[in-house]
Design a protein around this ligand. Structure first.
Ligand SMILES: [Zn+2]
Length: 447
């Protein structure tokens, strides 16, 4: 199995989708994990809960970040299940069990086996795998699988999440060589990120006006990757005088831990200015205890606070939003992807009011969106990754919503004249040296 991620969106639907797995856990010989983000790793403890005991291969940095993210995920899911159960109780329905426990997370981490980039992994008499850098976040990898059979050899590359070239701290995504087939993510398959310098000066201008009016800037950000990227950017804007010297808070114990974890893995980072200068720009005021966090919620502006979760689904971000959304002097700045039906997406869609923990909150604050700071390649970057692999015969697009996936499919087809497939969920194909064949339902693996 390649990755085992968590679906995010409307709670009750997500519980059902995350509870089921597309294959029987005992039919798997192992899992290859591209990186630690929970939309790739967050259902591994569910797999273990349902009986999986095989190896989970990942880079050391991925394992380290998983130890933070999976523990947090267990907590978030428990909170969400409790909310679902509250409503079920009111309707006289029996409670749902937790998707997984802290113990499942511990067992999952114990099954993880570290792999090094470019090292060949022998998974069976005829199957080999290797991990190569994907950029994106520390340890993130693309995975190349090669099957050697009596009919010849056949290989498949799974992109994981493809990062940006010339990133602030991540190496450029490596280009796999010799693959016949690719499974490619399509998160930003329909657009190109705005140029960095343009976005940076607009960000500085907007933040200056909010801070001058005494407002609060709330930046909901993923704990791993986006938080560090934005702290780095803000420190740079402050030291160049483009922003006033105001406090930058990171109000999330997980994000604070993740920033420390970055510093534990300088070997997988790209730091032209050297680790000392780079890490110095990750300094912020860390808010860890709940007392400090409560104090910050009533502190008058101006200040900037980065807080999780990035899609505003849970955590301390909800308190900051509740307080600041009704204030026309405040500003909420999105810097990463928000899935459909999440609070983040509702805010980006400019809803006049939103519901937070059952309370209706009017939205008067400014809402900004900067995909420029995304850790994902855009359409051009994804196309470059494919075009650099002339051996590819067919491409499967995954991990995007329909408009993004279909736009990318059209673009790649016109650009490369190769077969591009946007599969349905749970659709199955057979790959062989002779090509791609969709499986008949009676050939599907057992579920
Ligand atoms: Zn990711």
């Amino acid at each position: 199995m390649l990755d085992c991620g968590l679906f995010q969106g409307r709670r009750q639907d997500m519980y059902t989708r995350n509870a089921a797995l597309p294959v029987r856990p005992d039919s798997l010989s192992g899992v290859l994990l591209s990186h630690a983000h929970v939309d790739h790793s967050g259902r591994l403890p569910r797999l273990v809960h349902l009986g999986f005991r095989g190896p989970i291969y990942a880079t050391r940095a991925t394992i380290d970040f998983c130890s933070l993210l999976l523990a947090d995920s267990a907590y978030v899911l428990r909170t969400q299940t409790a909310q679902i159960n509250q409503r079920r109780l009111e309707r006289g329905l029996p409670p749902l069990p937790d998707l997984y426990t802290d113990d499942d997370v511990r067992q999952t981490l114990a099954l993880m086996q570290p792999v090094k980039w470019y090292e060949e992994l022998v998974l069976g008499p005829h199957l080999r795998a290797s991990f190569i850098p994907a950029g994106h976040i520390p340890g993130a990898s693309s995975i190349l699988l090669r099957e050697l059979s009596t009919h010849g050899s056949c290989s498949l590359v799974y992109s994981g999440d493809v990062g940006r070239t010339n990133d602030w701290i991540m190496p450029d995504p490596a280009i796999p060589s010799g693959a016949d087939f690719a499974i490619l993510e399509s998160t930003y398959g329909d657009c190109e990120h705005r140029p960095y310098l343009y976005a940076r000066s607009e960000l500085a201008r907007n933040l200056r006006s909010t801070l001058a009016a005494g407002g609060v800037v709330v930046i909901p950000a993923y704990s791993v990757g986006r938080t560090q990227r934005l702290v780095y950017e803000l420190r740079d804007l402050i030291s160049s005088g483009e922003l006033p010297n105001i406090p930058v808070y990171v109000d999330s114990p997980l994000s604070v831990e993740a920033s420390r974890a970055f510093m534990r893995h300088p070997d997988v980072l790209h730091m032209p200015d050297g680790p000392d200068r780079t890490f110095a720009r990750l300094q912020a005021v860390h808010v860890v205890s709940s007392e400090e966090s409560r104090a910050l919620r009533s502190q008058p502006g101006p200040f900037i606070v980065l807080t999780a979760s990035g899609m505003c689904e849970a955590g301390r971000v909800l308190h900051h939003l509740k307080r600041n959304l009704p204030d026309p002097n405040s500003r909420v700045v999105f810097v990463g992807f928000c899935a459909e039906d999440t609070l983040g997406r509702l805010l980006l869609n400019k809803q006049p009011s939103v519901r937070i923990n059952g309370e209706v909150v009017p939205v008067h604050a400014h809402i900004d969106n900067y995909d420029t700071f995304s850790a994902h390649a855009d359409q051009r970057g994804l196309a470059q990754w494919i075009q650099a692999q002339p051996s590819l015969r067919a491409i499967f697009l995954v991990h995007g919503e329909e408009p993004q996936a279909f736009a990318l499919a059209e673009h790649l087809e016109s650009l490369t004249a190769r077969e591009v497939i946007v599969p349905f969920a749970n659709e199955a194909f057979s790959l062989s040296p002779t090509g791609v064949r969709p499986l008949e339902p009676n050939e599907y693996p057992p579920t």
